[in-house]
Design a protein around this ligand. Structure first.
Ligand SMILES: [Zn+2]
Length: 220
């Protein structure tokens, strides 16, 4: 833990350099963000209300290194260029945000405690400010700590790993706030979408009309 804090502290003192082209003064420059995008859109067969949009593949070193800085090295500033790129994507696909709400994919409280923040919340804050869509950060909660989906190959095990992982901390308030809404669910990486699907089931119970998952990268 202390080693992690120390390394995060030392990283924060490093001069900013773009993970793509090594240009100074930024962690992810506009040119590399634009050039690295391989946007991808899909709908899960299991859920007609959920569509998944990603900026690029996780195996692309640019996206992988950006996410590693954000998630594991405490460099929260990377959320700015990544969040802006997601906001631009949302803005291009949708024209009206009157009925929309942004919800970050929640982390288990223990993980938030270890890391000090939820990277999906940082991305969501940038998108919320950029598109003027309200952000709801405390309604959908993670009640079960799960293993990384990418580490599990068996589909049934994957499903069991995430089922009942989410809950609403206030069902009545959730129904009041979410009924009939479009929710933009924000995450850093999406792999199979099974985790998102578990969150979708909980949100649907509160009357959400449509859910769009936007993530920086898609894993394999
Ligand atoms: Zn660059």
């Amino acid at each position: 833990m202390y080693k992690q804090i120390l390394s995060q502290f030392l990283d924060a003192l490093l001069p900013r350099r773009c993970v793509g082209c090594l240009r100074y003064d930024t962690w992810a420059c506009d040119d590399c963000v634009a050039a690295s995008q391989r946007r991808h859109q899909t709908t899960l067969p299991e859920s007609s209300v959920l569509s998944i949009q990603t900026l690029g593949p996780y195996h692309d070193p640019f996206w992988r290194h950006s996410i590693e800085l954000l998630k594991f090295r405490g460099i929260k500033e990377v959320a700015i260029p990544l969040g802006l790129a997601l906001a631009e994507y949302i803005d291009e696909l949708d024209t009206s945000f009157d009925n929309a709400i942004i919800i970050p994919m929640p982390l288990h409280p223990r993980r938030v405690c270890e890391r000090g923040y939820n990277q999906a919340t940082l991305l969501s804050e940038i998108i919320s400010q950029s598109l003027d869509i309200p952000l709801l950060d405390n309604l959908l909660v993670r009640i079960k700590s799960t293993r990384a989906q990418a580490q599990i190959s068996n589909p049934i095990e994957r499903f069991n790993n995430v089922s009942k992982a989410f809950s609403l901390n206030d069902q009545i308030r959730a129904e009041r706030v979410l009924a009939g809404k479009t929710v933009y669910l924000i995450d850093d990486v999406v792999t199979t979408g099974a985790t998102a699907l578990a969150a979708v089931k909980v949100l649907q119970k509160a009357g959400v009309r449509k859910i769009e998952l936007y993530a920086v990268a898609r894993g394999s």
